[in-house]
Design a protein around this ligand. Sequence first.
Ligand SMILES: Cc1ncc(COP(=O)(O)O)c(C=O)c1O
Length: 387
Amino acid sequence: MNPGGPVYLDYNATTPVDPRVTDAAMPYWTEFFGNPSSDHPYADRPRHALATAREQVAALLGARADEIVFTASGSEANLLALRGAVLGDGRGHLVIAATEHPAVLQTAQALERLHGTEVTVLPVDHDGLLAPVALDAALVAGPGPAVVSIMAANNETGALQPITELATVAHRHGALVHCDAAQACGKIPVDVTESTVDLLTVVGHKMYAPRGAAALYVRDGVALEPVVYGGGQERGLRAGTENVALAVALGTAAQLAADDIATGAPQRIAALRDDLHDRLSTALPGRIHLNGPVERRLPNTLNISIDRTRGHRVLTHAPEIAASTGSACHSGIHTPSPVLTAMNLDTDRALAAIRLTLGRWSSSSDIDIAADALVRAVAHHDNEGIA
Ligand SMILES: Cc1ncc(COP(=O)(O)O)c(C=O)c1O
């Protein structure tokens, strides 16, 4: 699905909406417009659709339907989890990894600033992984009841944290565990019973639902402070008349993702990704370096640095593809990605990074185009020099 544009290789930024998701949601914007809380027949279809959507999201995560709270974004779900646990359950210590998404990092900073929460930011290794012993040490040294928030999969490198081991360590210390699974859900199996996490974020626009549809799994019995106060919707944790169409979109996307995972989509996508990696390594021998783990990685994610290049300039010379770098640009100055910096990669390597992420509609002809475009772009860049 590259409608007239460059080959789309930025599925970790956002995904196209699956037409089956749009078809399922559309009637709840048009015909079945009723408020699900109303006491008349206009409420029936929306109320039923909302319940089904909740079941579909729960099924993707191995949860119960009444443990799913719909939110308007992954950032909001993360806020509900962290602020909710700190304020609602008297937890004064928040432990996160250095490579968390800004939605977690900045929520942690806000809790520190506004509520005096003690925040511990744990370092990661060269692959971006957090060692369970480091978490153990932080919880031994910490000031009391903690919340631990660790992402399942990193958005830049695809690194998969050892969530089950980390949750086991955290629970041994009586901590509550939140997992930002925005990038993992829909790409690999995620099961809250197996991983034993207490709170988990799922995001629609990373799995072929529209932007603005997300949810937080809240294990039964976990006490949270609400994120929006009002009419008692979403178990009283997030007031506001439910956006039934977006909930239906998220539920449908969850069901499609579960079907995809069951029928080998991750393996198909990983094969295409590895083909792209192999072609680049062959065409540019010794110059391609993988950022992140080889094995413990999302099947769709390839983050590479090409020696003696700047990632943003390679992408400028490759207009045939749409991908991203992790670096930020302010007034023409590029600063390296904080994620790659936290992995202790030097500045040149971090500024050379490009993130190529595949998805449901990636094809082998996309890979042909991308490999050729990138090799040509590097030749162009070599002619210009690095300065
Ligand atoms: C790991 C991770 N967490 C949270 C988010 C935030 O999700 P949203 O854009 O729905 O707020 C993203 C989106 O980029 C993400 O990749």
